[in-house]
Write a protein of this length. Sequence first.
Length: 149
Amino acid sequence: MTSLHTASFADLDARTGYLLWQLRQRVFVVEQQCFYLDLDGRDLEPDTRHLWIEENGLPVAYLRVLTEREPGGQEVLRIGRVLVAESHRGRGLAERLMKAAIELVDGRLCHLDAQSYLVDWYRRLGFEPSGEEFLEDGIPHVPMRLTRT
């Protein structure tokens, strides 16, 4: 059985935080072979929300929602670090997480940078491309924004 959780950094216990960062490292750094500083300090920000799905007490899917300011000061939320453990893919966990994040966003301006092969998947969730494809850590991405909730 899986369970969905949402927390700020301050509300995470040490074990859960460790397991979330370990999962992110496993997927983004090891599996995707992107050698970058995943622990970028943004997880600590008071407005950041961590969403994850656990199975048998272990996180198997994760994303975070950041609060940013656009030029001119308008608040925008940014969904990122969306992942599902390799052993749990194909079960709809990413969609479940994204729907929870969209609910959390609650109609506010929201952006994400999608890996290019996932653009159509994000479109089904209400996101539309908002710029040109670019490379991030050698992986093609497309900026997208939420157009409906």
